[in-house]
Design a protein around this ligand. Structure first.
Ligand code: HEM
Length: 422
């Protein structure tokens, strides 16, 4: 299964070096073996920018990676993974046309630019409340250090997506807990042996929650995206009840962890690049620059480490022979640092003219539905955070990273809000 690339360099995603710096770990593949078979992953690895964009648009690469996985599961696991599959096969992100075209069309109608833009003042108010709580906590403890992820980057997107779906805010922590368990499966933790059971439990509880939420509307009726999706279901047989529940769960799931990582990874990049931090701080009124800085955060160290596809028919590519059923990892992190696409790619530059060409939100028909929301959250949050804390510094120079092979996020980001006299 190693095609013509037998002399290719190795890539082991489980080493501490690869978890800490996947860019460096994948570089040898990008240079020498752009489509490379990994025995460890049991999959092809694609690492060049243009190849990844081509792959995202290639109908021979299917987004339906759930059904094949469930079909191949060991008999002992079937009872656990079966219900997971029944739910996940309805997620738009795991479907191909024509199902995807139908689901995505309905979600686009509910998840409109207007619905996102209407959240702007709400997002600002949530950020301000979170920053107030940080300040109160710092004052009470007499210590200037806090975990930015736990205090701001996690609660902001979780609260925003709950508001957008109309789910009560007091349920956010419960939903987050179920969603974290599901992430062990969907985001392929590299090490957790218990992940299937945890994910199955998480999904079962979320399903019960959402069925109840959809059947018993809050006093003013369902609002926002949920109302739009319910209309789509009730308008005929275009969205089934199972699809409705599953795609509410998808929105909740997709809507927070990735955005948490954008905020935390973005702040880390600024703290590690003081010249860029100084430039941004001096120009916080410049909405275009703030917007471009967010694009550069997505490019330089964004949350999307990779996306998976399954080969739907045999074909040859860069001398490799891909066979039906093979899995393919499209390493967006690597593509975003491809020198063929971006000049001096390992440099974090908030004024980079082509930062927006990053593939952090994917590409083609599955391009992230929530991109406008994630961008808006970051564009609203960063100026507020930097104004509130004019002297932010890293409290832990080398934070630990999650071992997911699909997303790139830190377990915590400890920062110090220095007094100006410090
Ligand atoms: C910085 C934050 C985010 C990043 C980096 C991100 C990344 C991605 C990527 C890479 C894909 C494509 C996956 C593939 O092709 O297999 C995707 C799809 C998707 N994302 Fe996001 N996402 C983010 C935030 C959000 C938010 C806030 C929401 C919703 C509220 C969301 C909802 C979705 C949905 C529904 C899809 C599936 C679209 C489809 O299949 O047509 N995402 N996202």
């Amino acid at each position: 299964m190693d095609g013509d690339t037998a002399v290719a360099p190795d890539f082991d995603p489980r080493t501490p070096e690869a978890v800490r710096d996947p860019y460096a770990a994948l570089k040898p593949l990008q240079d020498a073996a752009p489509v490379w078979w990994s025995d460890r992953l049991g999959a092809w690895c694609v690492t060049r920018y243009t190849d990844i964009r081509v792959a995202f648009r290639d109908p021979r690469l299917s987004a339906d990676r759930i059904r094949p996985f469930i079909a191949q599961a060991a008999p002992a696991l079937r009872d656990t993974v079966g219900p997971l599959g029944d739910h996940l096969e309805h997620w738009a992100v795991f479907t191909d046309p024509p199902d995807h075209t139908r689901l995505r069309g309905l979600m686009n109608k509910a998840f409109t630019a207007g619905a996102v833009e209407a959240l702007r003042p709400n997002i600002g108010a949530i950020v301000d409340d979170l920053l107030d709580a940080v300040e109160t906590g710092l004052a009470a403890r007499g210590d200037r250090t806090f975990d930015f992820t736990a205090a701001v980057a996690y609660p902001l997107p979780a609260t925003v997506i709950a508001d957008m779906l109309g789910v009560p805010r007091q349920d956010v922590d419960r939903l987050k807990d179920w969603s974290d368990r599901l992430a062990k499966f969907v985001l392929t933790s590299r090490a957790d042996p218990d992940r299937y059971r945890l994910a199955a439990e998480g999904i079962a509880e979320m399903e019960v929650y959402f069925r109840d939420f959809l059947d018993s509307p809050p006093s003013g009726g369902h609002a926002g995206v949920t109302a739009g999706l319910i209309d789509a279901r009730d308008a005929g047989d275009r969205l089934t009840s199972d699809e409705l529940v599953a795609n509410c769960v998808l929105l909740l799931f997709a809507g927070h962890e990735t955005t948490t990582q954008l905020l935390a990874n973005g702040l880390l990049a600024l703290l590690r690049n003081p010249d860029q931090m100084a430039d941004l701080r001096a120009n916080l009124e410049d909405a275009d620059l703030v917007r471009n800085a967010v694009e550069e955060m997505l490019r330089f160290d964004g949350p999307a480490l990779s996306s998976v596809r399954v080969v739907a028919e045999d074909f040859e590519w860069h001398d490799a022979r891909l066979r039906r059923g093979d899995r393919v990892f499209l390493f967006q992190c690597s593509g975003n640092r491809d020198p063929r696409a971006f000049a001096d790619p390992d440099r974090f530059d908030i004024r980079r003219a082509d930062a927006k060409a990053n593939i952090g939100f994917g590409y083609g028909i599955h391009f992230c539905l929530g991109a406008p929301l994630a961008r808006l959250e970051a564009e609203v949050a960063f100026p507020r955070i930097l104004r509130r804390f004019p002297n932010l510094a890293l409290a832990e120079p080398d934070p630990a990273w999650s071992d997911s092979i699909l997303t790139r996020g830190m377990l915590a980001l400890k920062v110090r809000a220095k007094e100006s006299s410090d």
